[in-house]
Write a protein that binds this ligand. Sequence first.
Ligand SMILES: [Ca+2]
Ligand SMILES: [Ca+2]
Length: 186
Amino acid sequence: MLKLTVLLITLLVIAKTGWTREKFSIQVNEGNTFGALVKAEPFTKINDGYYFFGTESLNWYEAYEKCRELNSELVTFETDQEFDAVTAFLTANGSRLTYWTSGNDLAKTGSHRWFTNAQRISSLRWARNQPDNAGQKEHCIHLGYIYKDSRKFELNDRPCSQDPNSLFKYICEAPEMETISIVVWK
Ligand SMILES: [Ca+2]
Ligand SMILES: [Ca+2]
């Protein structure tokens, strides 16, 4: 038990000193590692993912930098279920704002991909007639209530920067957490 306690204290010290930025902190309940409580501020857990909702209005590149400062990236919706879960959270919190995602077609116009994993965007959550690359300058993808008559969050492409009307909030997504086990001699 003493060794276990020492190990847990050591892990706590490592967790406290190892991450100088406010990214994750981990609380381990003594003698109950299986019930370890993961505290993930400033990220919010939604289903299996951890998300941060940035409140400043920024262009896409600035938003990406903000996420990188938190050791995360702009959100990627691998599935429409993930999109639905995150937008349900926003709706439940009364938000009708606009948020950048990692999606873009900067590499090749018309080939929309999630930037974090290069996966082609196969979402069914585009707003009607989107993406439309309006003015031939819309290459970054955000979510929001796109039209005046929109009734839910949907995806749309907008200029990544150089456009005062394309400064949006942003959603960062933390990397997936992994559970590791440590075996010690006693
Ligand atoms: Ca995701
Ligand atoms: Ca558009």
